[in-house]
Design a binder for this molecule. Structure first.
Ligand code: 13P
Ligand code: SF4
Length: 308
């Protein structure tokens, strides 16, 4: 009998579709994807694919970005309710109003925002190229950075640049408990703590390495060390462990009172294998954007892609 995986593969071939998945997706989705990556790598893949259909197994702003960079393709998302606290916490109208207080500022937005917010942006960044993006802006030019205040604070500390920050945050990365992390490290004193820059400053201060999801995966692979405490969404452990079967990876502990109860992104986890099959079969839900939004949102993404 054919498994759901077999059916997805057959349908994908028949329809000339490609499955792009983020590292935070369920294992079963990562295993069936044509490409698994961080948000920068996924947007690059989306821009260059010659498939007719892109099935984007990630959150909505990522699928929207795929549509913006390759608008002639049909972009599908297994669950269109897969939001993101950063994107949802920065409504375009409010952001427009906020920006009116900062004329002449260069507007840098983290890719975790809506297509409409991207149309209000000068240059987009991801967690893997944010420092490079900031360095590309003339020293005397004031900057507004949105929507992630934690990534923004990290960038201010790293680059020495003053920036006006939007007050957004990731509910998953804000849920790590410093107290519990320190306790865990006391029990595993040789462990390297690795963290995503969406985490709060006090978590980043105790980290041996800070980087994007791909950055963390490469760090674990390329470091001559065998014990790590990983402060990011737990889905990343699948690929990390596959790449390093002999190394020990411990997820960083979350606060007891956090909204997601663990370090899993409830939005990312809305996508399931069943929904992926159905969306490919029905060619729905499809990401649709108006042409003028695509054109305006593409410019700041292209500026970012041109830098790397
Ligand atoms: P990456 O850019 O590292 O893929 O991160 C995306 C994200 O949503 C992290 O929460
Ligand atoms: Fe958004 Fe946080 Fe989920 Fe990433 S982990 S998609 S930033 S809510």
């Amino acid at each position: 009998m054919k498994t759901l995986q077999d059916k997805i593969i057959a349908l994908k071939q028949k329809k000339n579709a490609v499955i792009l998945a983020h590292y935070y997706q369920h294992k079963a989705i990562q295993d069936i994807a044509d490409f698994v990556g961080d948000s920068l790598e996924l947007s690059r893949k989306a821009s260059t694919t010659d498939a007719d259909i892109i099935v984007f197994a990630g959150v909505y702003f990522m699928a929207e970005t795929a549509k913006i960079v390759n608008p002639t393709k049909k972009v599908l998302i297994p669950d269109e309710n897969a939001g993101c606290s950063l994107a949802d916490g920065c409504p375009p109208e409010d952001f427009k109003q906020f920006l009116s207080n900062y004329p002449n500022h260069t507007v840098v937005t983290y890719i975790n925002c809506s297509a409409e917010v991207k149309t209000l942006t000068d240059i987009v960044c991801t967690s893997s190229n944010a420092k490079k993006v900031i360095a590309s802006i003339p020293e005397d030019q004031p900057i507004v950075f949105a929507p992630d205040k934690n990534l923004g604070k990290y960038l201010i500390a790293e680059t020495g640049r003053e920036m006006v920050l939007w007050e957004g945050s990731c509910i998953v990365h804000e849920a790590f408990s410093l107290e519990k992390l320190i306790d865990l490290h006391k029990k595993n004193p040789t462990a390297h703590i690795i963290a995503h820059p969406e985490s709060e400053t006090h978590i980043l201060k105790v980290a041996n390495y800070i980087g994007s999801t791909s950055g963390m995966i490469n760090y674990v692979k390329n470091t001559d060390h065998d014990l790590f405490i990983v402060a990011t969404e737990a889905g990343i452990l699948h690929k990390m462990q596959q790449d390093n079967p002999q190394k020990t990876l411990i997820p960083a502990p979350a606060k007891e009172d956090n909204t997601c109860a663990c370090s899993e992104c409830a939005f990312m986890k809305l996508n399931t294998l069943e929904k992926l099959y159905n969306c490919l079969s029905d060619e729905s839900p499809e990401v649709k954007l108006e042409q003028d939004i695509i054109e305006k949102a593409l410019l700041p993404i292209q500026r970012m892609l041109a830098l790397n």
